[in-house]
Design a protein around this ligand. Structure first.
Ligand code: KIV
Ligand code: ZN
Length: 513
């Protein structure tokens, strides 16, 4: 049996599905490019039958991304599978991921209509038939077909074994055993995978895949138990985002396999130095902040604070550090650049951080860097990344901030005046609010005449100290369309204005509903 574990990333499908915000196809492409840099084996780019936007995103990713297999999800129904086949037509290595409920709870609950049979036993026969037909149809579009037995974690094992055997016979190359509801515990899930390998006669003809959710906080442990029992593909998302409590966090599984290679005796092909950058990009584009104590990619994952720990760490790193920050791509923070640094210095530093910019992008980033360096004595790597994610927009900017003035204080009525460039014209507006952020958003809303509602507002400091860059993430909603906007500045009111405008620019670039 191979000692390689294939990594299947579903950030753009299971992750995005639950984020409360839909990514545009260009944003999906940005994440897919980074996943290819990370060297994942499979990118699940979306569910084409779910919306024209998802169809377009899968098409775009299939066309642009080289390296990983590009996968699309479907239910076990012909229309969904045909949509996958069409959306994946340009992919070099297409994979269709099709499947159906396997547990009695799913079968009785989701297939109540009598056309699926009257009794549970009749329905189970029909579902098995649909599973087999789906795999056969998918094989007409792709040589690589993955079958998922939804809610396998709660399924009757005998029925699950029958389903796995039938779908492998029908041509499935990978069989996914999802713990859809995060119900299992590691020993039990490990046993389930082992028994599939031992009891399903043709199981060696397909790769067994693990796909775990985190409802009881065990998604990573369950995935690793499945891998120990012979699964050779692991599915999950970056930062563990996903339905309800999320999916298994891929960065944790990957670093567990690497750090504890002595125990697992297995490897992935992942370039782990890309993990931190990938985590940051996903967090920025989806507007979901990474908790500071998050394993592997959290801001505190490599910092030591208690006296005993710091003392030990300074004498010998290994006393309190099992992974090195540079192994996940965290370059140790130090003062990098000042206002006197030229364009070349900035370009070199960005290149070391893994960002290669076109000349106009570099110019834009440099102007912004100068403005930040002017206000802040020390510019750190984290500041540069925040500036970059703020400045380099994949979409045309309809609204641009030219000027912002705030009047605020303990006994003043907060008032904001803004001047915006809106396409070719300049517009000015002013508003009062409950606080300076509220006044700023109201002034921008007045100038842009938007009907978008602010649904979420988060703020964080990029580095420490009162002069740190503040990074604001907002979620805006307009006629059922949701977007995330973000902005960074040493002035948190300006960061808020930038985040609000970024969201409005994204809404303006979305197709109308
Ligand atoms: O959790 C799940 O069962 C899924 C399937 C669609 C693979 O995401
Ligand atoms: Zn899932």
């Amino acid at each position: 049996m191979s000692d390689k574990v294939a990594v299947f990333d579903t950030t753009l499908r299971d992750g995005e599905q639950a984020a409360g915000t839909r990514l545009g196809s260009r944003e999906k492409l940005m994440i897919a490019r980074q996943l290819a840099q990370l060297k994942v084996d499979v990118i699940e780019a979306g569910y084409p039958a779910s919306s024209p936007e998802d169809f377009e995103a899968v098409q775009l990713v299939s066309h642009e991304i080289q390296g990983p297999s590009i996968c699309a999800l479907s239910r076990a129904v012909p229309d969904d599978i045909n949509a996958c086949g069409k959306a994946l037509a340009k992919a070099k290595r297409p994979r269709i991921h099709t499947g159906i409920g396997a547990s009695d709870i799913h079968i009785a609950g989701k297939f109540q209509d009598e056309r699926y049979g009257r009794t549970l036993a009749e329905k189970k026969v029909k579902i098995l038939e649909m599973a087999v037909d789906a795999v056969k149809l998918a094989r007409q579009y792709a040589d690589d077909v993955e079958f998922y037995a939804e809610d396998a974690g709660r399924a009757d094992p005998a029925y699950l074994f029958e389903m796995v055997q039938a779908t492998i016979d029908a041509g499935a190359t990978v069989v996914n055993i999802p713990d859809t509801t995060g119900y299992t515990v590691p020993e039990q899930y490990g046993c389930l995978i082992r028994s599939i390998r031992e009891k399903v006669p043709n199981s060696a003809r397909a790769t067994i895949s693990v796909h775990c959710h985190d409802d009881l906080g065990m998604a990573v442990a369950n995935s690793l138990a499945g891998i120990l029992s012979g699964a050779r593909q692991v599915e999950g998302t970056i930062n563990g985002i996903g339905e309800r409590a999320g999916n298994a966090a891929l960065e944790e599984i990957i670093m567990a396999l690497r750090t504890r290679g002595d125990y697992f005796g297995l490897h992935t092909d992942i370039d782990t130095r890309e993990l931190f950058r990938t985590s940051r990009l996903v967090s920025d584009l989806l507007g979901i902040q990474v908790p500071p104590n998050k394993a592997v990619v959290g801001a505190n994952a490599f910092s030591h604070s208690s006296g005993i720990h710091v003392d030990g760490f300074l004498k010998e790193r290994e006393t309190y550090e099992i992974m090195r920050p540079d192994h996940v791509g965290i370059v140790e923070s130090r003062v990098v650049l000042t206002a006197r640094t030229g364009r070349h210095g900035l370009r070199d530093r960005l290149k070391k951080l893994g960002y290669t910019l076109s000349p106009p992008e570099l110019n834009q980033a440099y102007q912004r860097f100068l403005a930040v360096a002017d206000k802040k004595q020390e510019v750190f790597d984290e500041d540069l990344i925040a500036i970059l994610h703020d400045e380099i927009h994949p979409l045309p900017e309809i609204y641009q901030l030219e000027y912002l003035q705030i009047y605020s204080g303990t006994s003043a009525i907060p008032t904001a005046t803004v001047r915006l460039r809106v396409k070719d014209e300049t517009r000015v507006g002013a508003a009062i609010g409950d606080g300076p952020v509220d006044a700023t958003c109201k002034a921008i809303a007045q100038v842009t005449r938007t009907a978008a509602k602010l649904q979420r507002y988060d703020i964080r400091a990029v580095t420490s100290g009162t002069e740190a860059l503040g990074e604001v993430t907002v979620q805006l909603e307009e006629s059922g369309r949701k977007v995330v906007g973000r902005g960074a500045s040493t002035d948190v009111i300006e960061a808020s204005a930038r985040a609000f405008l970024d969201g409005l620019n994204k809404l303006a670039n979305l197709p109308a509903k």
